[in-house]
Design a protein around this ligand. Structure first.
Ligand code: GDP
Ligand code: IMO
Ligand code: MG
Length: 423
């Protein structure tokens, strides 16, 4: 280690949760530094599946502490439910979890506004998770946000919340969406406030003291790089920057203190919601991959759109984040396909174009340039040695590493912690 970032290099759901949990075995701290409960990370321990939306995925390890730093936006109801589940599992959260007072809050009117904007977009909807992400981040940027800091002084919070809620209710009414009941929401928030107050701490200090002592810190990226607010085909984005640069703004770790970046790449592509997906597949192969891979949203349950692995896009993610190593996940899901394709470039009107040159209109029109690979028949989910993999599978893996020019740390062939193969 000591300070490692783990990020998804595609459109989300690459299997970040599994990899964070695995690498957290040696971590002193795991930090979530951006996004909200639009994230859905899965960790499988034994036969049990755990879903994380806000709390860092590495919390199950005995000596690993979890930090929610300032860049995360918090829906206190979701957070409190997630805390309840973990406490029932026997985890001593008071010892393990801390939350920055700088985190902005996702408030009931943000969810209402997310819904209202989506409805108003009609056929051009973005397909957000409707968790209030965009509206909460836009309140942060327009100085209308309320933070965990604000709930420390309850009387003051009542005034600030009421002021904001009255404005938002006017907007909601204009959209024909139900206004929020300010009194009832304040009652709920008052209880939630009591629940989280004991965990509020200056996380900047925790992280920087740990970094100075060369402790092992994992930074858990939420969402994928292709959903980054600046580097996605905007507006088909999420509300936060998903690139590693947001570790600095979202946690206070100085940029030059990050030691390495591990990128998680799913062996195919998935996307939830609208927006261009250059290698999208429709029909039999997509359905087979979706069913076998359980490709349904961890947060919303929506069926994920499926495509071939898009190395043009992943290469951009590697470049912009200076990825040092990659982990390839869900390779087991491709077993049984006769022919597997990967996209190695884009063409627009017959001309070569790069991912970064394309806005959403160009990305919807480009023709992927594919390289075909012979598939393998055998189930590989029980294989643990690289040399035991079918030759076709090894050729596929080696091509990905070579094309990206990045070392492959290991490949994952199952959701469980030990289903990995060192390359
Ligand atoms: P995240 O958002 O990136 O953490 O990913 P999700 O948890 O939303 O989706 C990934 C899904 O794939 C989860 O159900 C994981 O348990 C599962 N998973 C992760 N790695 C593998 C793998 O290598 N093989 C299989 N079959 N499933 C995996
Ligand atoms: P994890 O952490 C997949 C997508 C939404 C939508 C767009 C904007 O599990 O990889 P938002 O609610 O963020 O305003 O929606 O972003 N999106 C994700 N898709 N996995 C995620 O998180 C996502 N987080 C946001 O589907 O298209
Ligand atoms: Mg997910």
């Amino acid at each position: 280690m000591p300070a490692i970032s783990i990020i998804g290099l595609q459109w989300g759901d690459e299997g970040k949760g599994k990899i964070v949990d695995l690498l957290a075995q040696k971590a002193d701290y795991v930090v979530r530094y951006h996004g909200g409960n639009n994230a859905g990370h899965t960790v499988v321990v034994g036969t049990k599946k755990h879903f994380f939306h806000l709390i860092p995925s590495g919390i199950f390890h005995k000596n690993t502490k979890a930090v929610i730093s300032n860049g995360v936006i918090l829906d206190l109801e979701v957070l409190s439910k997630e805390m309840d589940i973990l406490e029932k599992e026997g985890i001593n959260l008071l010892y393990k979890l801390c939350i920055s007072p700088r985190c902005h809050l996702i408030l009931p009117y943000h969810k209402g506004l997310d819904e209202a904007y989506e409805n108003a977009r009609g056929n051009n909807l973005l397909g957000t998770t409707k968790r209030g992400i965009g509206p909460a981040y836009s309140d942060k940027v327009s100085y209308n946000g309320l933070r965990v800091y604000d709930i420390l002084d309850w009387k003051d919070f009542i005034n600030k919340f009421t002021f904001q809620a009255k404005i938002k209710n006017k907007i909601l009414k204009t959209f024909g969406v139900k206004a929020i009941n300010i009194y009832k929401e304040l009652e709920k928030l008052k209880k939630l406030r009591r629940r989280i107050l004991p965990f509020v701490k200056d996380t900047y200090k925790v992280i920087n003291e740990a970094a100075n002592k060369r402790k092992n810190i994992l930074f858990e990226g939420a969402h994928g790089i292709m959903l980054d607010l600046d580097w996605s085909p905007y507006p088909f984005a999420t509300g936060s920057n998903t690139v590693v640069g947001s570790i600095n703004t979202g946690s206070g770790l100085p940029v030059n203190k990050l030691n390495s970046v591990v990128g998680v790449v799913k062996a195919f592509t998935s996307r939830v919601g609208g927006g261009p997906l250059p290698t999208e597949l429709k029909g039999r192969i997509a359905d087979a991959i979706r069913e076998k891979g359980g490709e349904y949203g961890t947060t919303t349950g929506r069926p994920r759109r499926i495509g071939w692995l898009d190395l043009e896009a992943v290469r951009f993610s590697c470049l912009i984040n200076n990825v040092n190593e990659i982990v390839i996940t869900k390779l087991d899901i491709l077993s049984g396909l006769l022919d597997i394709k990967v996209c190695i470039g884009y063409k627009l009107n017959g001309q070569k174009v790069s991912y970064s040159e394309c806005g959403y209109k160009e990305l919807s029109k480009i023709k992927p340039v594919y390289k075909s690979f012979t598939g393998w028949i055998d189930d590989i989910s029980h294989v643990r040695n690289f040399s035991d993999l079918p030759q076709e599978c090894r050729i596929f893996i080696n091509f990905i590493g070579k094309y990206l020019g990045v070392k492959i740390k290991f490949v994952s062939v199952g959701a469980e912690r030990n289903a990995n193969i060192k390359v």
